[in-house]
Design a protein around this ligand. Sequence first.
Ligand code: ADP
Length: 533
Amino acid sequence: MLGRMQDWPLRIMRLIDHAEREHGSRELVSLWADRKLTRTDWAGVARDSRKLAQALERLGIRRGDRVATLAMNHSRHLVAWYGTIGMGGVIHTINPRLFDDQLAYIANHAEDRVLFYDAAFAPIVERLKSRWTSIEHYVCFDPHDDAGGFEALIAAESGDYAWVEGDEREPAMLCYTSGTTGNPKGVLYEHRSAVLHTLAQVCPDIFNLEARSVVLPVVPMFHAGAWGLPFSCAAVGAKMVFSTDYAPDLMCDYMRSEGVTHTAAVPTVWLALIQYVEATGADLGKLKSVHIGGSAAPRSMIAWFNARGVRVGHAWGMTEMSPLGTVGAPTGDWDGLTEQEQLDQQCRQGRVPFGVELRIVDEEGQMLPRDGVASGRLQAKGPWVVAQYFQDENGPCIDDEGWFDTGDVAAIHPDGVLRITDRSKDVIKSGGEWISSIELENAAVGCPGVAEAAAVGVRHPKWDERPILLVVKQPGIELTASAVIDHLSGHVAKWWLPDEVVFVESLPHTATGKLLKTKLREQYRDFRLSSAA
Ligand code: ADP
């Protein structure tokens, strides 16, 4: 048949070309560890990225090579992304909060050749240098008096550079899961997967980004690529606001002074911010949209933002999904719902954008209905979902029909809304039935005086497992175990009530700010329950 459309590979560098051409003067602001601000714009990021691409070629980096970062969020980190990808390299963002053994493993497994790092992480670099076998060049992001740092590296270049072109299926970015069990696994994002993810992310029901948006990605660039925001902000020409520090007082001031409209982070970050605002009466400026994901957003947190006119996008995703899976947005019948019903809806994890397909299956792999009742293993498909981990001898991680098993347990409602009930490893199995640790925790966090809570299964002679609840109190508050149980009774089935409430000073977290359930399970598995005596 005569006629065809243009061949325009979905390459990431087209995003930065677009931002430079159409939104070149739109600002990017960075707040550094020394509390100084610097400003650049999309044209500046594009210019510096071309210089960095040249510099990397000068260092002998070739197409497909991995260039790592160990850094918080700032514009130089962004230049490292676009400069590396622009010369055909693969940007590998390392999470500096991982343990030394994981840090050693990840960089060696990725065969990183260059490492860009923040001065704040220089001690990590010093400790691990002798264990990292492939890194040839270490470049500090922070300005140096002596020659050396990042600015000196790019200052030597002209910026007269054309991005490396190629197939849209070429790799561009490497992110490792935090590997709560076994070694971390690498997910290799491709140009095409990242661009498609970007197009979905900016949509109204998803992140609702536009040229007027002012976006503060609190989520670090090393946590599933700041959830894709550095790409989607370029796509729409949004202003980006970066910070290397998330102290609540700093964040509130910064959000006000830069006019931040959109932000995104894991729930633990918001817990601290909410406590600060409650204590000081600070205001959130022009903030109108908060995305919460990485762990389930507690109902009380969603209600708090609702009361301030800030839209909550409750998001579910994972590194393996680039990371966007679902986001909560008003459903068609929204206006007819009461406030409490709307809140019920927001506590769920929302719906997929075009590009993601989900289903739930039982233990035998049989598909379960989308009735909001049945819950089973959640599986996903789509052009930005992993098919095989990086350099993984186990081969593909999808089944014959292309489904990837997420390791989460969920229900899907008839309107397509997802409800995550647990991670399959965290679910508490009591008397052959499942108790959702997430629901228990979220109900507990809604109890006045509870700062944070974790529900874990403890061995039980009759029931197999019974839940206990570990609770961190808010400072200076009197709180008893029976008050917590009373509160929970109004929210969960009686047989779900924890057999014991244990008050603890603090709870352990993973490198991405989630409750470290593996450690808690180990620690409390053999906890002596008085009910089991
Ligand atoms: P890591 O554990 O390495 O931080 P991810 O950030 O990719 O890895 O974690 C993905 C997992 O986080 C999901 O499989 C799910 O268990 C959990 N998760 C993410 N968002 C939510 C949410 N909104 N509600 C409940 N669980 C979530």
